[in-house]
Design a protein around this ligand. Sequence first.
Ligand SMILES: [Zn+2]
Length: 352
Amino acid sequence: MPVGTAGTVKAVPQDVLEELGAQIILGNTYHLYLRPGHELVRKLGGLHRFMSWNRALLTDSGGFQVFSLSELRRVTEEGVSFRSHLDGTSHLFTPERSMEIQIALGADIVMAFDECTEHPAERERARQSMEMTLRWAKRSKEYFEAHKHEVPWAESGHRDIGASGHPALFGIVQGGMYGDLRRESAERTVELDFPGYAIGGLSVGESREKTMEMIAIVLELLPKDKPRYVMGVGYPEEIVQYAAMGVDMMDCVLPTRAARHGLLFTSEGRMNIKNARYAQDQQPPDPKCGCRVCSRYTRAYLRHLFVSAEPLAAVLNTVHNLAFYLDTMRAVRHAIKLGDLSGMPSRSVSLA
Ligand SMILES: [Zn+2]
């Protein structure tokens, strides 16, 4: 899932996202709540209509951004109070408030309000954090069930996501880097009975082996017939690995953020387009990629745009990186249909 932080996948217009085959994108609750504000978005018909995106939208709970961006945050049983990174104003996110905001935005998939446990964390701290996430999951679900019909598109009926006519709420497994806590979190989250489950609190500075170990432990306990979503991963070779393990959904800012820094993901490995070696390179960015950027432009031109700080650099780099990620997942789905993931390229070759 491409990440569309503030109602936009940075540098990419919605029609291009459709052409790339993006079926679902993310919106960030924290950012949209602060600007332009969820009440305004609700008034304008919800995020789908506001940003002219009729495919699926998932919003995060706001928790992760509060932990990573805001200042002076304070966590209590009630929720998290914080100061906006934009203007310093004081705010409070609670499970109920997070549900209210995500319902006002009109997401198709709403995420339970959780605490992303910091890394590293002592065992007792990770346990307490996990317990709080479970209590918050219960509160999230109670509020969500009572208010899920209030999504902006419920009345207009302009969205049709199955018979239910309302969004779905996913639970989030936490537990830090402790296998037994992860197991307990998974079991108790499944007991709360959500239509989909996420594994949160990973990719926060731990080793890749640790990430894989935690995912493997949790996947064993999550129902196979419900979507299983690992939040905030990863590099192309990682998403192939996780999909092979049984993960259905992933999101990451990497393809878009790296693109804006001139880093391209290609079938030949990672490419720093600002490198002088590309100054006269007439090849497409990725000779094996059929995206609109690779079919039209050269490495030399992309390098020129980037070193000249032209806005088009961010656009073209991002379009290619998203094409590469979405093609990777298309190949994974195809391999799964054939019943054989062994032939998937690891795509881990580095040009560094
Ligand atoms: Zn391309």
